[in-house]
Write a protein that binds this ligand. Structure first.
Ligand code: BGC
Length: 542
């Protein structure tokens, strides 16, 4: 298989360096700690690791506020540790994806500090976006609604307003200014030289601003991405670009261009609809959104996910659906933030193993490459007493020892406390315990990953829905060359009977892949089976 398309068959694991393992006892995870735990990730079976921003930063947005793009924040180690990390990941055939946060920098970045002192309209000032009028671009929405009132903030020393789509301490870089674009190419070269395999393009729809527009998905942004991609293809062939573009399907798919922009792109719209389908016990939200999703170029791939380090975003659902989701999944008001929900998967699933499995099977069955969020493979919980999105960024739970095995530091020194809730406490939920128990969620997830890796059809195949009478049952086939798989999902809490025409699999014997059960098929190619509550099946001819 063409290795340049590795991302089509990947299993990505999202991991903040800070949260995984502290090697030096200062209470903060670091690269040496992450290296120690690569064997664990290899055992789990993931094929790529996406690490969150590790650059020097005031950490007012967990590192998405960068003040130096060219080195490692000393709290995580140094550049040699990073080099070593990449080598150790590669030795285990694990690809490395890092962040390219280019929409904005920290206000502590020397570019911004220089800009505020530089004369108006000078080269230095123009690294950022300025205005005398805070009414400019007034059609543009505010993303962090719980924290910011405007996308403009007055700067006393500069004597002008500066533009920011996120926190006010994250001024947006000015992509209309050619030197800014050149800086981005330099940053890319710098990290690509370490052998990095991919970059996640943070907040990519917002690069440019234009009058009378939403300031999102502008043509200029797509033109810049085409330039970036051409540059990659010329200078760093095989390096993958993953767009973070939280948009409706049509706008989102535009980030693939014609196969000449990003290689990958998160499928934001399908994510909340998986949760809706489950809660409503109705497949239609999932089918509708996938039917609205355009075909994408051959060399491209969606990145699908259930949870990540941010809130479970409800930006791309109707107002009615947003309220439905909040009512159903975030009855506790503290769980709501901006336009989303700040809970982990296990908590959203009421810690019910069957539902956790079902959601993961859905994730692994849909077109796209699954992205797992650290800790979800053992069913970690969250901590709503923490601010912002920190409740889902707590230390990884390795064992039942001090600080859950995350750090030997005095507990009061941890960057965040471990999850206090007794149901999710590290004494109960931890890696060691789950490795020792072959029935654990860890082993189940490991098995799911191993199965998926044998099935190219799941990474590459097309999808066809199959109509069945009961709306709680979702059935679809995936096909790739001669490989075919039938996927059955029971979204309801009831046991249901199913009669299904399985002609598509073309044999008289059908095998279920999770339990190796073989079903005989009658002459009419009809399969009769029972699906338990939240049951799932992967069927192949066998
Ligand atoms: C990241 C967030 C971050 C924001 C601003 C994103 O979309 O995922 O964690 O706060 O960009 O940088």
């Amino acid at each position: 298989m063409n290795d340049q398309l590795w991302y089509k068959d990947a299993i990505i694991y999202e991991c903040p360096v800070k949260s995984f393992r502290d090697s030096n006892g200062d209470g903060i995870g670091d690269f040496k700690g992450l290296i120690e735990k690569l064997d664990y990730l290899e055992q789990l079976g993931i094929t790529a690791i996406w690490i969150l921003p590790f650059f020097p930063s005031p950490l007012r947005d967990d590192g998405y506020d960068i003040k130096d793009y060219y080195t490692v924040n000393p709290i995580y180690g140094d550049i040699e540790d990073f080099r070593h990390f990449v080598a150790e990941a590669h030795r285990r055939n694990i690809k490395v994806i890092i962040e390219l946060v280019i929409n904005h920098s920290s206000d502590q970045h020397p570019w911004f500090q220089r800009a505020i002192k530089a004369p108006r309209d000078s080269d230095e000032r123009n690294y950022y976006v300025w205005s005398d009028d805070p009414e400019k671009y007034k059609e543009v929405r505010i993303i962090f609604q719980d924290f910011e009132k405007s996308n403009w903030t007055w700067h006393e020393e500069a004597g002008q307003y500066y533009w920011h789509r996120f926190f006010h301490h994250q001024p947006d870089l000015n992509f209309d200014h050619p030197p800014v674009q050149e800086e981005i190419f330099r940053i890319l070269d710098f990290w690509a030289a370490f052998g990095v395999d991919g970059f996640r393009l943070d907040a990519i729809p917002y690069l440019f601003e234009r009058e009378n527009s939403s300031g999102e998905n502008l043509l200029e942004t797509h033109d810049f991405l085409k330039k970036l991609r051409a540059y990659i293809d010329k200078n760093h062939k095989g390096v993958m670009l993953l767009a973070e573009a939280n948009m409706w399907p049509e706008d989102s798919a535009a980030y693939f261009g014609e196969g000449d922009e990003c290689h990958m792109n998160f499928h934001f719209p399908v994510m909340p609809r998986l949760y809706m389908g489950l809660k409503k016990m109705d497949r239609s939200p999932i089918i509708e959104i996938l039917n609205q999703t355009p075909q994408i170029p051959e060399n491209c791939q969606w990145a699908t996910f259930l949870r990540n380090h941010d809130e479970l975003t409800l930006e791309m659902v109707t107002l009615e659906d947003r309220h439905y989701m909040w009512d159903q999944y975030a009855a506790d008001q503290r769980a709501r933030i901006n336009l989303g929900i700040r809970l982990r998967l296990a908590r959203l699933m009421d810690n019910d193993r069957r539902k956790i499995e079902l959601m993961n099977v859905l994730l692994f069955s849909l077109p796209g490459t699954p992205v797992l969020y650290y800790g979800d493979e053992i069913g970690m919980g969250d901590d709503l007493t923490q601010e912002d999105r920190n409740g889902v960024r707590t230390p990884m739970q390795w064992n039942d020892q001090i600080n859950g095995g995350f750090s030997e530091a005095d507990t009061s020194l941890l960057y965040l406390p471990t999850v206090p809730d007794p149901e999710y406490h590290f004494s109960k939920i931890n890696v060691r315990k789950q490795i020792d128990d072959t029935d654990s969620l860890f082993h189940w997830t490991k098995n799911l990953i191993a199965l998926r890796k044998q099935l190219n059809v799941l990474g590459r195949g097309d999808l066809q829905f199959i109509e069945v009478a009961n709306k709680s049952i979702l059935v679809f086939s995936r096909s790739y060359k001669s490989e075919k798989i039938l996927i059955l999902i029971n979204l309801s809490d009831q046991q249901l009977d199913l009669r299904l025409d399985v002609t598509i699999l073309g044999t008289n014997k059908i095998k279920e892949l999770f339990n190796a059960h073989v079903y005989p098929i009658d002459e009419d190619k009809v399969l009769n089976l029972e699906l338990g509550a939240w049951d799932y099946k992967w069927l192949v001819s066998g």
